[in-house]
Design a protein around this ligand. Sequence first.
Ligand code: BMA
Length: 744
Amino acid sequence: LHENILLHCDGLDTLAAIRVNGTEIARTDNMFRTWEFDVKKLVHAGSNSIEIRFDPVLPLVRAREEERPLPTWVYPGAAYVRKIPSNFGWDWGPTLITCGIWRSISLLAFDTARWDDVLVLQDHSQPGRVGLKVQVAAGPAAPAGLTARVSVRTPDGHDGPVAECPLADGRGTAELTIKNPQLWWPAGMGAQPLYTLRVELVDSNGGELDTTTKRIGLRTLEAVQQTDRTTMHFVVNGVPFFAKGGNWIPADTFPNRLTKEILRRFVADAVAANMNMLRFWGGGYYEDDALFDLCDEMGICVWLDFKFACTTYPSFDAAFLDSVRHEARDNIRRLRHHPSIAVWCGNNEIMYFRGGEEWTAKKMSEGDYYKLFRDVLGSEVHSLAPQSDYVTGSPDCGDVHFWEVWHGNKPFEAYRTIHGFVSEFGFQAFPAPETVRSFTAPEDRESVYSRVMMYHERSNRTHVDVEEDGKTGTDKLMNLVKLYFREPKDFENTLWLSQITQAYGIEFGAEGWRREMPKSMGCVYWQYNDTWPGTSWSSVDYFGRWKALQYRARHFYAPVLVSGVADAATGQVALWITSDRLDASRGRLRWRVTDPAGKEHRAGSRAVEVPALKSLQPHTLELNDLVQQHGAANLLVWVALEIDGNTVSDNLIAFAKPKELDLLDPRLQTTVTGDGREFTVTVSADHPALWTWLHLAGADARYSDNFVHITSGAPARIVVTPEQPMSKDAFIRALRVRSLFDTY
Ligand code: BMA
């Protein structure tokens, strides 16, 4: 047998008693920790038994809560156990308390030593080169003569520099220089080249004891907190950039069901919507390495919350703090080399519970807040990931969570009253009809107020009772649908129209914040994905189906955006160009003013500068005469920005709410080309068709675009890739094309 034999557990959920060959070796109480136990004395050659018994957490939660209640918005007492907070129910997910071995488990056997710790530091201070310092520690024994050998493989697969470093007491630092470094950039700003470091532990005879690899990206990435002079923002390789993204929640109630392929699709879909950031919100779990790898590969920056959300925690208890300290160490060590991690953040929304000197019925003491989120988590990040930024919480670093529109029942116009780095704001929509069918019987689909439909909408039905306005989430949703749109004609159109409403509202907020860059420097909407099939703030549902919002996000997060603000009182339409590109260009801004029937009142264009990383207002349309003559509700302003002859962004601006527009039947027509795997659908209309979308009844498909505004003479071409290949005939039979007009 080897000198060292360890039982290694990457995740035990949560109260586990572990026995090896009948002897209890440990009890665990934190699902986020990596556990290792020395089992050398207990195992023997041949067959052995490892037995892990899990106890339910609720008795413990209840007992601790009774002893000392914790102020909370969520499940009372759940904060006493280190376990996925949203397991206990959230306002977008069911209460399903998981249990078991949730990550891999192994026996590790080795002689002499192995790597205990490998930290990679980067030095970007010299132009044209990046210095790497690889700080290593080997254990448990560190005999003389150990060496660390570090070799680099470049992004194109070539051998890079190699360094060796003799270890003293198992420790040392190997230094290398990468010349002509290929820098890592967020999506939309450049490429994501990745370098692989192979770190070998070699004994005095040249024998290899252990090897670990770290795939890194060469970049600096800073989170700059709000000051009197600047808004909260991120800076990559010295370049401040506008963060565009969504909030990530557990993509399944049962994390084990997620595969790398499922995760890949979510990350690819974020990139497809022109996002550059996902915030891994604090009420879930520390995600798998696979998800971080995908974000590294595709350029999605990760705002990484530690898993603390919406409640107070017992940081008055030394054992609790100690458990959290270990959890932090395990996860920081596991994840810190990922270039995608943009900031480590202590918690979600616990600052709202931060009180004064003493705990009260509603607040935790200020001292206990900082003990956990500054002294423990902050210190661990500073010492184990010294080149990463840490903030105590969100919104506790100058970012903004704005919930007046959903929880406060305010209209979308309220988004214009806030500025800065908006890390949470959102509005719900029902998922697609196929997703609704997955959890309903026909009678449940008679109304969105049916019992089952209401059950799959959790806002105001769980413990996250921030407001007590007596309104269900379905009421909140339908109220705003009706504020902006007309009454949908049936169940299915209610689903679609809710999606159009959600897209309309989030687009309104996002465009405003992008326009005012650098006054605002981030728009991360709530929420990107789902944990089960239901009605929620997500833009991509549990099955990966895109809501209208996800398609519109592609437009409002586009690298160059044309948008406008119409003022019915003055008849002016201020046109804006917002660019996240690193280089400047020139373009042509075009506009057309029509009535709702599509009759053109006016058209024009002008040459414009499109500067790098800037937002400006190059032109104002003076339409007061048209407003006087035709009425504000009878004008539609179609704008497009062309660069090098290509339309890089287009938009539709109206003076009035969509429900005030008297649209005509657009008489949509489609022509289809292609066969089998991919089809191109050209959609044309006789009259303006707003939020025009294609849908394949009964079949999933990818659509290159959807929910687009079209008008006569300006058709849309949409590439449709069905999940399963189908004949052209079957495709045409399944194809539906609709627009806002059809929902009423
Ligand atoms: C914020 C989030 C979540 C919640 C969401 C919607 O508070 O941090 O806790 O799901 O709003 O209410």
